[in-house]
Design a protein around this ligand. Structure first.
Ligand code: F3S
Length: 401
């Protein structure tokens, strides 16, 4: 591996760029050795995970500060995964002051490293959109899936330290999905039932992810009506399995490449989505939280909730999570006011399942298959998963029909 390093990389490894960069390159090189990489590849952008203080803890915070004290700074555009709260309105969110203090200290530590305090799992909605073939090092599983599949960029599913190391040395090891041969599909997924709504896309993704785990997929029979559909599909497959790349015939950029489907592929036929809906939904019918915006909502998704909220009053808590730029754009469009007048909340920066909310809610209703998958274990709630119409009824009555 050392023989394949450039002279600049050898200098980094020898400590000529300081101990912070040296540590970063050591991590990247060690990963390269484990995965059999021949060399390193420069990355255009990095998304760092492990941002919620709930996941990072005091040891993680100390680790970040130590790295910054060693002179480490990021060399490529780098942004963060969601935090454990809205960074500005955490008090309204009911977050404990000590948690908030620690969470803000984590954001400060990342900022010292030169990282933009943009906390989101949908960076591609706010301008971080790598082009086809671009090498990046992203960490959040649904963002990784979107970058690889919909944008045609190249990233493995990075962990928190490995993404940070890539940002600090500007490189990652060339293995896995950075290499052409690993981007070919080994499963042909033939979908013969209609897939129309966001919850349909999520149910399909849940079923396919569970059946195929981390394989690369090639879908036939799908006609997504926009990026929100693919966002829901990819997030669900990355949660129930570990799918980091899929191709959709006639839609995604690499689907048309010759040989994208391996000749020795297996087949998976999906002719209805009932099993997905059934697996994700259960428990009491009384709903105390309706959660939208997993992955973080687009302006269109916030506007859809706002249009429904107009002139109505929500019975349970209704939360939609998104990133700060989308919240600001939605605020200017009047969507935030419409939702909050109805009693809902539009949170920026945070994610419900990495927030310190365990014990606060009993049953969550959602359109997100990924949210439904994680809420029982991470939030300790029951979950109702279903259609937009069912969600509308839950928002107005507090019950699932
Ligand atoms: Fe994003 Fe949290 Fe969902 S990170 S994808 S909102 S579980």
């Amino acid at each position: 591996m050392a023989a394949k390093l450039t002279s600049d990389e050898r200098d980094m490894l020898a400590g000529k760029h300081g101990p912070g960069v040296q540590k970063a390159l050591e991590i990247v090189v060690a990963l390269g050795k484990i995965y059999g990489a021949q060399d390193l590849v420069p990355v255009e952008s990095v998304q760092v995970s492990g941002v919620s203080y709930q996941n990072l803890g005091s040891a993680g915070l100390a680790f970040l500060r130590e790295w910054a004290n060693d002179g480490a700074r990021v060399r490529v555009p780098t942004f963060l995964n969601p935090a454990g709260m809205d960074l500005r309105r955490w008090q309204t969110m009911g977050i404990d002051a000590e948690f908030a203090r620690q969470q803000l200290a984590v954001i400060d530590a990342f900022t010292v490293l030169g990282i933009a305090p943009t906390c989101t799992c949908t960076p591609y909605l706010i301008g971080y959109e790598p082009g086809p073939g671009a090498h990046v090092a992203w960490a959040e599983s649904s963002a990784v899936s979107f970058a690889n599949s919909v944008l045609g960029a190249r990233t493995n599913r990075e962990g928190g330290p490995s993404a940070l190391a890539a940002a600090i040395c500007g490189r990652t090891a060339r293995y896995g999905l950075h290499c052409d041969e690993n981007r070919r599909a080994s499963v042909l997924v033939e979908v013969s039932c209609p897939v129309r709504s966001v919850s349909d896309w999520g149910a399909l993704g849940y079923m396919v992810g569970q059946a195929t785990q981390s394989q690369v997929l090639y879908f036939q029979g799908l006609e997504p009506d926009g990026v929100d559909a693919l966002k829901a599909l990819g997030a669900a497959m990355a949660a129930s399995g570990a799918v980091a790349l899929y191709h959709v015939e006639g839609v995604t950029p690499e689907a048309r490449l010759a040989g994208v489907l391996r000749p020795d592929h297996t087949r998976l036929a999906i002719d209805n989505l009932e099993a997905g809906y059934r697996a994700l939904s259960g428990g009491p019918t009384r709903i105390d939280l309706v959660w939208l915006g997993c992955p973080h909502a687009s302006v269109a998704e916030v506007a859809r909730l706002a249009a429904f909220a107009e002139g109505r009053r929500f019975v349970p808590e209704v939360w939609i999570t998104t990133n700060r730029p989308v919240r600001e754009e939605s605020e200017m469009a009047g969507s935030v006011a419409a939702i909050e007048t109805a009693g809902g909340r539009v949170w920026a920066d945070g994610c419900v399942v990495v927030a310190p909310l365990r014990g606060r809610f009993s049953t969550v209703a959602t359109l997100s298959a990924k949210g439904a998958y994680y809420a029982p274990s991470l939030l300790g709630t029951d979950v109702r998963y279903g259609t937009w119409l069912q969600l509308e009824r839950a928002m107005l009555t507090g019950f699932w029909e």
